[in-house]
Design a protein around this ligand. Structure first.
Ligand code: HEM
Length: 410
């Protein structure tokens, strides 16, 4: 595949290519312009335009569980824990199960519960900044972007802070499966992590049943609607999903957000002095370089033939939705490749849309809105150490590998 010199050819697009993963934007442009409905031999039908992706996310003919989204995983002999997770995770079930589970979860996962976390998130950020106050340099991922979301999620679930290291490593091992195309080499480690994580979640549920608290797990156990409750497997999958979905993504948002602000000093200065500016700045980070570039790794599956721009998509074909490309679509945004924290009516797709729209969006936003101004205020001379960032080599997740910064202190 040629990415330098001549024009890019959509027929030669290779989602495993390192150059594409380092900078997908030129390829997104080519796909949107020349092959908005591309049939790729390894990953299925790929959609790249905002209008098409938005429509599929809201189209009830597309499901996430038909056939099982992780069927490649099963074919490769995944352990029973992976079956349990995929068959009961909110992200991988269709109505009516999805409606029932989401309704029950929403009873416990309320906006009030999330807003009540603000003081604790602020306190955890202050403690981190106090600790690194005098260092000349630090890595934003290591010191801030990883610890803040894992602290928030363990706090939400009422899990001991001392278990964070364990949860962090399980999350990494399991989310490695969510890649396109699937990397079979990561499966054994993911299976072991899923086994251990499910056993841990089972112990938590048993403990909360014996002695309920005001944490989310106790709320999920108590949730009831029309005589229905979450089954034990749904409960365990939900606990695992909240950690998987809430940790890596928010770490990306915080680190990419800080990188973008530091690379645009006027925007950083504004967020530093004006607390009102951070809300729109975070939305622009989500649009410009959102943590999930592709909707749920399992894709969307039509349950009847569906025609999109003259291409008939048959049942059994996975449809991959390039959220990151939709968010750069010039039909939706003026000057889409410009990072502009004053952009109006952003309405990005970084949290998805429709039935599976992110359940934790308010928490992800809250964390970023607390962290970004706090870091910029604590370190008025904060600067990037490297002009060229190193990205994790992933198609699905947009995340810096490291983000070294200089504080201006010696
Ligand atoms: C900036 C951070 C985040 C981003 C960018 C993000 C992104 C997304 C996206 C794109 C989806 C939909 C996937 C699809 O339709 O295929 C989703 C679903 C979900 N997210 Fe998030 N997420 C973030 C943070 C969180 C947090 C903090 C939590 C929980 C604590 C969370 C929990 C969930 C859950 C449970 C779902 C599944 C909802 C369903 O299937 O009904 N997310 N997220």
């Amino acid at each position: 595949m040629s990415t330098s010199g001549g024009a890019l050819d959509p027929a030669a697009w290779d989602p495993t290519d390192r150059a594409f993963r380092d900078d997908p934007v030129p390829w997104y442009r080519v796909l949107r312009e020349q092959a908005p409905v591309l049939t790729h031999p390894d990953i299925g039908v790929v959609l790249s335009r905002y209008r098409d992706i938005d429509a599929v996310l809201r189209d009830r003919r597309f499901g996430v569980a038909t056939p099982s989204p992780w069927r490649e995983v099963f074919a490769a002999g995944a352990p029973p824990s992976m079956h349990l997770l995929s068959e009961n995770s909110l992200l991988f079930v269709d109505p009516p199960q999805h409606r029932r589970v989401r309704g029950l979860v929403a009873q416990a996962f309320t906006p009030r519960r999330i807003e009540a976390m603000r003081p604790r998130i602020e306190a955890s950020v202050t403690a981190i900044l106090d600790r690194i106050e005098d260092v000349p340099t630090f890595d934003v991922l290591e010191e801030i972007a990883w610890p803040v979301p894992i602290t928030a999620v363990t706090d939400l679930l009422g899990v001991p802070a001392t278990d964070q290291g364990l949860l962090h490593s399980w999350t990494h091992a399991i989310t490695a499966v969510d890649e396109l195309p699937l990397d079979f080499e990561v499966l054994p480690a993911a299976g072991v992590a899923a086994d251990e994580f499910l056993a841990y979640a089972g112990d938590l549920v048993d403990a909360r049943k014996r002695s309920p608290g005001d944490d989310l797990i106790s709320g999920l156990i108590a949730a009831e609607e029309d005589g229905e409750r979450l089954t034990r497997d749904e409960l365990l999958s939900m606990i695992v999903l909240i950690l998987l979905a809430g940790h890596d993504t928010t770490a990306s948002l915080i680190s990419t957000g800080l990188w973008l602000l530091l690379a645009h000093p006027d925007a950083a200065a504004e967020v530093r002095v004006d607390p009102g500016a951070v809300g729109n700045a975070v939305e622009e980070v989500l649009r410009y370089l959102g943590p999930l570039q592709v909707a749920s790794g399992g894709g969307r599956w039509p349950d009847e033939p569906v025609t999109i721009r003259d291409t008939v998509i048959e049942p059994g074909t996975p449809v991959r939705l390039l959220l990151g490309s939709a968010n750069r679509d010039p039909d939706q945004y003026g000057d889409p490749d410009r990072f502009d924290i004053h952009r109006g009516s952003i309405r990005h797709l970084a949290f998805g849309r429709g039935l599976h729209v992110c359940l934790g969006a308010a928490l992800g936003r809250l964390e970023a809105q607390v962290v970004l101004p706090a870091v910029l205020q604590r370190f008025p001379d904060l600067a990037l150490v490297d002009d060229r960032p190193t990205w994790r080599p992933s198609f699905v997740v947009r995340q810096l590998a490291t983000l070294p910064v200089a504080t201006g202190r010696s």
